[in-house]
Ligand binder design. Sequence first.
Ligand SMILES: [Zn+2]
Ligand SMILES: [Zn+2]
Length: 331
Amino acid sequence: MKKRIFALVFAITLMALSVFPARALENPAILSDLPVEEQLEYLQGQGIEVPPENVRFVTVLISRFETDPDYPIGVSNPGTYELAARVGDAVNRYYQRGDRPRPEGLAARYTLQDSTVVGSWSEDFLYYNCYAYALGRTDGHYWPGKFSTVPNYSDFNLQDSIYNLACDVKADLKSASLSNRCVSMTTVRPASLSSGQSCICIRRGPKDFHFMKFDSSSWYHKPSVTNPLKYKYAPSVSKNWTNERVVEGVPLAADTYYDSAIYYFVYSKNHGSTTYTWTGNHYHSGSRHYYEYGYKCKNCGEFTSKTWKNEACSGPPCSTPWGLTPSSENL
Ligand SMILES: [Zn+2]
Ligand SMILES: [Zn+2]
């Protein structure tokens, strides 16, 4: 008897599992109230594998989509954005939601903490992210390296160090597409810019990257597909950035943050003024010592031109002819 009851319960459980969405319709357990493993199981059943580093983010998203079927996603990274969109669809399927209006009363419940909104809502904001915005472009969702080292998004690794991501951004700025000859990269926020120079910065958090740009004495940014914002502060590692945002005039609380080092890029189409100095390269050959001098850009540290000089040398051991400063007349 016990065995038969067990078998019956087992069969009913199986049936219930196989018609999970239908059961949800009749008596939906609140998805976000279920243990995390069961939430992930449901997503898995919907064909969504959640990487371990995104579990917390996804569970927060689930409860946000429960409150608002059209909850606007605010992550910059194209891959994370796609994951979030699929989670949103899955949550809406769970509750059997068709087209329905956005719940009223959601508006104005949140007040932006760290930024103020710039201008009014435009559908155009949907088509570009923070990196494009920082570069003054409006035509796509960019990632570090898109124009240089990582042309295919499938090769982009968000878990790369902030230093490596910053190097990818530097390579983008110098690429043929963005064509800046002079690019300096530093973790020190620049005190001022010369005319012709622009400045942007990148930071990353556990699951997303974000950019800001400097423009006429203030810092601006655009979380993902949302309204551009003016940051109330100067960027600083002592204060986390968040993705609080404004969509269609509605301010929304953050669901992710950025806490890494901040890399700043000061860039311009052409190099600044130069100094004539030793490049550090030298070698001895025969009875002469050869050393390289050049013109070094004061802004980015790159040599804009170089030339080899030589002096008679009795070494090795060598004298230190590279300590001399030859005249620049032959360059
Ligand atoms: Zn330069
Ligand atoms: Zn020598």
